[in-house]
Design a protein around this ligand. Structure first.
Ligand SMILES: *[C@@H]1O[C@H](CO)[C@@H](O)[C@H](O)[C@H]1NC(C)=O
Ligand SMILES: *[C@@H]1O[C@H](CO)[C@@H](O)[C@H](O)[C@H]1NC(C)=O
Ligand SMILES: *[C@@H]1O[C@H](CO)[C@@H](O)[C@H](O)[C@H]1NC(C)=O
Ligand SMILES: *[C@@H]1O[C@H](CO)[C@@H](O)[C@H](O)[C@H]1NC(C)=O
Ligand SMILES: *[C@@H]1O[C@H](CO)[C@@H](O)[C@H](O)[C@H]1NC(C)=O
Ligand SMILES: *[C@@H]1O[C@H](CO)[C@@H](O)[C@H](O)[C@H]1NC(C)=O
Ligand SMILES: *[C@@H]1O[C@H](CO)[C@@H](O)[C@H](O)[C@H]1NC(C)=O
Length: 448
């Protein structure tokens, strides 16, 4: 408690701090930080229960508001230049920086690359809406990305705002929607590329041109409280995509799009997802893997706690014929399905192209996959499908405490081709007797 007698001292400290702030803004800054450290020590000693000094110490954080770099935020004027300038300044700040996008405004922007490395840790505070320009000519230079953050470490992206890909025009130009058009990729709304120690929290990402958020070559990432939405008929609009990344935790996200809620593809390991609400969409996927005879590796994946509603798949592993490598150490657990087609599916004959895929001997192998405590309702009779490769059967598959039924109590069944399978506890439905090879019980794999 600051007693009466402390007040003059308190005021003089305040004065020193104000002078210090002036010094800080005009000079760079090593001594300044040390000084703030010193002030904090004084504060800790004098006023243990006051937050005032902590707040004042935050003067070492600088805010770069896109508005002060000329952004209008009226949803009409192109604010790209202001965003670029604000980013350049924020990224070269030697003290903690905040790149700020104000609340209750809508900023129209064309593709932007937020390039790192930056000099200090950084927050992108997105409280307003960032809306994608639909001017297709602006995407010529890089057709795969709209907002792309490159090689930034110690980054926090948050703020409760909206990233809107404004995707209609891209969807209607998709060959999946208009069969007369050639197939080509549309931009990913938000790409984190080669980022390390990254948190993405509390944002809405909607109507992406194609993928909503992609983690590409990233490490040590925490993703939470995202709301990811686009219409259920929007083509290839994956929610959260993970590629060539490791140590990624995705939690408490609500995802409903036209494609996979979460897709985890080659080069990814140590991926966890918890508390996922998914639907509409194509469910939670590992893959597709091994397209065009490629080598793929995915391992140490846990999907723990999910509710899927009216999706076209539940938990899926999909590989093309002709690939190599393996997907291993995968657990899907504590998942509830509501009216889901293909609640549990491994598809090693995946073929997402107009002409049929030819039969090939090689395959991305699928090894050690545990399904545990998966319940709820299947929209189709076939609640479990293991369509594995003839030459590379799925190995180490465990079904434990599974109960997938149909709304009308019609009974469900399992399709099981080339799978080495173990049952633990009650499993409904089970494979027809003659199709499975029993094997010793594999331990549930878990990654901590
Ligand atoms: C999200 O951010 C907004 C604005 O900062 C805040 O009001 C809200 O409480 C946050 N929500 C969560 C779940 O963190
Ligand atoms: C499909 O694309 C073609 C070629 O651009 C166009 O002429 C046609 O109107 C489009 N169809 C629809 C239904 O949009
Ligand atoms: C994984 O990432 C978290 C941050 O999200 C970090 O705290 C942890 O140390 C990382 N683990 C490893 C093994 O690098
Ligand atoms: C699976 O792939 C890993 C590389 O990710 C490799 O080290 C391992 O030998 C492969 N295992 C099998 C059984 O093919
Ligand atoms: C099984 O999963 C459901 C979610 O679908 C969860 O509520 C429940 O607690 C889990 N049961 C056990 C024994 O972990
Ligand atoms: C599969 O699990 C078994 C038993 O736990 C283990 O010995 C083997 O190394 C695992 N295979 C892969 C490819 O991870
Ligand atoms: C499986 O689920 C159905 C529908 O919820 C329920 O009626 C049935 O009792 C469950 N069976 C077991 C063995 O838990």
């Amino acid at each position: 408690m600051a007693s009466q007698r402390c007040i003059p001292f308190f005021l003089s400290l305040l004065l020193i701090l104000v002078l210090l702030c002036i010094a800080c803004t005009s000079q760079e800054l090593g001594f300044c930080r040390a000084y703030i450290g010193y002030i904090k020590t004084v504060k800790d000693f004098m006023f243990q229960d006051s937050d005032l000094f902590t707040d004042l110490a935050l003067v070492s954080t600088k805010t770069f508001d896109v508005d002060s770099f000329g952004a209008k935020g009226d949803g009409k004027k192109d604010d790209t230049k202001a965003f670029k300038k604000a980013w350049t300044e924020a990224c070269s700040s030697t003290t903690t920086a905040v790149f700020n996008v104000a609340k209750n405004k809508k900023y129209l922007v064309t593709p932007i690359r937020f390039k790192g490395p930056c000099k200090a840790s950084l927050t992108m505070q997105i409280s307003g809406t960032i809306l994608a320009s639909t001017q297709q000519s602006k995407y010529k230079k890089d057709e795969r990305h709209w907002l792309r953050v490159d090689k930034v470490e110690n980054l926090l992206i948050e703020g409760g705002g909206v990233i809107d890909g404004n995707g209609d025009i891209w969807w209607s130009n998709s060959c999946k929607v208009n069969k007369t058009l050639p197939c080509k990729d549309a931009p990913t709304a938000l790409t984190l590329y080669k980022c390390k120690t990254l948190m993405v929290n509390n944002l809405t990402i909607q109507n992406a041109q194609q993928i909503h958020v992609s983690f590409d070559n990233c490490e040590n990432v925490q993703v939470s409280n995202l709301q990811v939405t686009s219409p259920k008929d929007s083509p290839n609009t994956d929610g959260i995509h993970v590629t060539h990344s490791q140590n990624i935790t995705i939690s408490s996200c609500v995802i409903g799009t036209g494609d996979d809620c979460i897709s985890i593809v080659s080069g990814s390991k140590k991926i966890q997802a918890r508390g996922i609400t998914c639907g509409p969409g194509h469910g939670i996927s590992i893959g597709s893997l091994g397209s065009k005879n490629s080598e793929a590796h995915v391992s140490d994946v846990i999907i723990d706690g999910a509710e899927l509603t009216k999706t076209s798949n539940g938990v899926r592993i999909k590989t093309w014929q002709g690939g190599s490598g393996n997907a291993s150490q995968i657990t899907f657990q504590n998942i509830n399905m509501k009216d889901v087609k293909n609640p549990i599916i491994i598809d090693q004959n995946y073929c997402d192209q107009s002409k049929s895929c030819k039969e090939q001997d090689s395959a991305v192998e699928i090894i050690n996959v545990t399904y545990q405590n998966i319940t709820g309702s299947s929209a189709d009779k076939d609640a479990i499908t293991f369509d594995c490769s003839k030459h590379h059967p799925c190995q180490g598959i465990v079904l434990q405490d599974i109960n997938l039924t149909r709304e009308n109590n019609d009974g469900t069944k399992a399709i099981c081709n080339n799978v080495e399978l173990t049952y633990v506890g009650t499993v409904i439905p089970r494979c027809p007797k003659d199709t499975i090879h029993d094997q010793p019980i594999f331990r549930t794999y878990s990654y901590h």
